[in-house]
Design a protein around this ligand. Structure first.
Ligand SMILES: [Zn+2]
Length: 500
């Protein structure tokens, strides 16, 4: 026999014989049927915090108690109550998805509005070589993107989605273990490999998430709303748009746009209005079905970049594809779009003779020649070891001639209105005089430093034998900046002052 306890959010069954509580159902999680039995014992601390349940402090009569319980019903000893506790931490949806950036900064590039420099610049300045201060194991499927958010729960949790395999992984911070979440019956395959991966967090759309609600995710067969159930370690999906997506979705003024293959085999733009109701598809013609960048939002437009051209869309207008002019080809691996002082957006590329910047989004683009590769995006731009601080094509700012022998790869810019010079996280490849393209491919770089460039430059760490540096993934979680690379056996972390 079981006694039934109903709390505002959950139904618990108390076994009359053992005095243990099983979670029968909970708001947003449906019928759960979870028992804190021997197998699930390691999950109790995490689940209690997510549900706002209670944990024993001075007895062992039950591993977990329903929300609001202050005393063990068996012996009257006090319990630790998590009900009503609410953690306040900034959310992280990947370096490409910061909803808090002001409108004059391009969205969709690795730029964050979090004031990372305030903490990182407290450390001893270069040439002192620092070391990571925290570590965590990488998720089992290490080629992944990270999200740190509440998903409607009172505490933040870290998710790692491996798009190539469609695997969703959940970090239990109390047990310090990654769990692979299993699909519930009818859940869509989460794989997406046609183009660069990018999800749409719900805060972008202005709606607070309901319990378990994660994001809108692109999959091979449509745009889905993703829900997690951390208690059962499962996920489910809901289809918003059933179409074979070919690029990451974007949002502009609360409209969502997806590129998908249409029944005729060409490319169409499918837009959803702010109520998520689909508008009629707009034919874009015979365009590539793979290889698109994540969309960049700027100046009221979304822009998807491709080795063959750029596709631009403004809500309410027809999408427009502009092929690159004559022999010019973009160098998409070198970084992403950057701005000139007058606010126009530019992309680096090569015309067969030399590198140059091409104005984006224009029928008759202006071009500016440069004498060598430049790495970066959004005005965090470097020529070899030197920053470029004026126009993207201006001469580099040489502070230390010795940095001629290094090559800097920007990973994440920290946007701060109060600073005249861009700051951010970079990798510096030492004693590297080869081509930038080779350093970004699979060549092994003997010595790399992880650096913060800001009011003062700080060397955060040192890495031996790095290859494929573009696979480095920075993220912010639990008041730390983390850096992950699929080859590393731990994720490196640096403490931040409390962010809010
Ligand atoms: Zn007790």
């Amino acid at each position: 026999m079981a006694y039934r306890w109903e709390t505002p959010a959950s139904v618990w069954l108390e076994d009359e014989r053992t005095g243990q509580f099983d979670l029968a159902a909970s708001e947003g999680l449906g019928q759960v049927g979870w028992s804190a039995g021997t197998q699930a014992r390691g999950r109790v601390a995490d689940i209690a915090r997510l549900l706002g349940a209670s944990l024993p402090t001075a007895c062992e009569h039950a591993p977990i108690y329903p929300e609001g319980f202050a005393y063990c019903p068996e012996c009257g000893r006090p319990l630790e109550r998590f009900a009503g506790r609410q953690q306040r931490l900034p959310e992280w949806w990947g370096p490409y998805a910061d909803a808090l950036l002001p409108r004059h900064v391009p969205h969709g590039l690795p730029v964050t509005a979090l004031p990372l420099g305030d903490s990182l610049e407290e450390r001893p300045a270069a040439p002192v070589v620092g070391r990571f201060e925290a570590e965590m194991p990488p998720p089992p499927n290490a080629h992944c993107v990270f999200a740190a958010a509440g998903y409607g729960f009172p505490e933040q949790r870290l998710l790692a989605l491996a798009p190539a395999r469609g695997v969703l992984q959940y970090w239990d911070p109390l047990a310090a273990v990654w769990h692979v979440m299993l699909p519930e019956e009818g859940a869509a395959d989460l794989s997406f490999t046609a183009s660069d991966y990018g999800w749409l967090p719900l805060p972008h759309l202005g709606d607070p998430p309901r319990r378990g609600e994660v994001a809108l995710v692109p999959t091979a067969q449509g745009l889905r709303r993703l829900w997690i159930n951390p208690v059962t370690e499962t996920y489910r999906t809901e289809t918003l748009l059933a179409a074979p997506l070919v690029a990451a979705p974007g949002t502009m003024r609360r409209h969502i746009a997806c590129l998908a293959r249409n029944p005729a085999g060409g490319l169409s733009l499918y837009a959803l209005d702010p109520d998520l109701a689909p508008a009629p598809a707009q034919d874009c013609g015979a365009l590539p079905l793979t290889g698109w960048s994540r969309p960049i939002g700027y100046d009221g437009r979304l822009l998807w970049l491709h080795p063959e051209g750029q596709l631009a869309w403004r809500p309410g207008e027809a999408p427009r594809f502009l092929p690159w002019p004559d022999t010019w080809l973009p160098s998409l691996d070198l970084g992403g779009p950057t701005l000139s002082r007058d606010g126009r957006m530019w992309l680096i590329g090569h015309d067969g003779q030399s590198y140059g910047f091409l104005e984006l989004g224009s029928e008759r683009p202006q071009r500016e020649r440069i004498d060598g590769a430049r790495l970066g995006f959004a005005n965090l731009l470097f020529r070899r070891g030197h920053p470029v601080v004026d126009e993207p094509w201006s001469g580099e700012h040489v502070e230390d001639q010795a940095e001629d022998d290094s090559l800097v790869l920007p990973l994440l810019r920290s946007f701060n209105n109060n600073r005249s010079q861009p700051s951010g996280l970079v990798l510096r490849f030492h004693k590297y005089t080869g081509r930038a393209e080779d350093a970004l491919a699979s060549r092994v770089i003997p010595r790399t430093t992880v650096e913060w460039i800001g009011r003062r430059n700080v060397i955060l760490d040192e890495v031996a034998r790095l290859s494929r540096p573009l696979e480095c993934v920075p993220f912010v979680y639990a008041n730390r900046l983390w850096l992950h690379h699929p080859d590393w056996n731990r994720i490196r972390g640096w403490n931040l002052e409390a962010l809010s």
